[in-house]
Ligand binder design. Structure first.
Ligand SMILES: *[C@@H]1O[C@H](CO)[C@@H](O)[C@H](O)[C@H]1NC(C)=O
Length: 171
């Protein structure tokens, strides 16, 4: 009798389908380096400077500051930056998980949990880095004369990136 009710309890638990959504950023399985097609010659890869600016630089794929891991936050796609950030450059990012964020004008490193900026994702089919905006298809569109990435907030002329999977380097 006891045995039967224990089984009944177990099967009730198994069929309850409790879905626990983690509240923090969750890393996906692949860590990537992004290389811009027609980027700055011999400096086509994206990196994150100390203040979180995204620039084209040499493809030193083993450097943490080149590496990005696609993941999820509360169901939304995010791009998690591998490197860490320090005082005095980005006090807001010390000890935080940083993501590529979009604040309406600029893509740069932001706290993944910061709600006032949009997160971003890699559109694999088109090779684009795009903001997670409802009806706001802003994308990285290339780079300026200082190799700093530029934005097209209409999403019409996006830069394209190839990706290389790498082993994550300690931040
Ligand atoms: C977005 O961030 C950039 C870089 O920090 C800053 O210059 C710009 O004013 C910000 N834009 C908005 C709308 O907050």
């Amino acid at each position: 009798m006891k045995f039967t009710s224990a089984l009944a309890l177990l099967s009730a638990v198994a069929s309850a389908q409790v879905v626990i959504v983690p509240t923090g950023p969750v890393r996906g399985p692949n860590t990537l380096v992004f290389k811009e097609i027609n980027g700055v010659k011999n400096n086509e890869c994206l990196t994150f400077t100390n203040d979180g600016t995204i620039v084209n630089t040499a493809c030193a794929n083993a450097n943490a500051d080149r590496q990005v891991t696609p993941g999820k936050l509360l169901g939304a796609d995010i791009l998690i930056i591998q490197r860490s950030f320090l005082q005095p450059f980005r006090p807001d990012l010390v000890g935080k998980t940083a993501c590529i964020g979009f604040n309406g004008t600029t893509f740069r490193a932001e706290d993944c949990a910061e709600r006032s900026v949009l997160t971003t994702y890699f559109d694999v089919g088109n090779g684009r880095i795009v903001a997670n905006g409802d009806g706001w298809p802003a994308c990285l569109s290339g780079h300026d004369s200082k190799a700093i990435v530029t934005v097209d907030d209409t999403g019409r002329s996006c830069a394209q990136f190839t990706i290389t999977a790498v082993t994550p380097t300690k931040p």
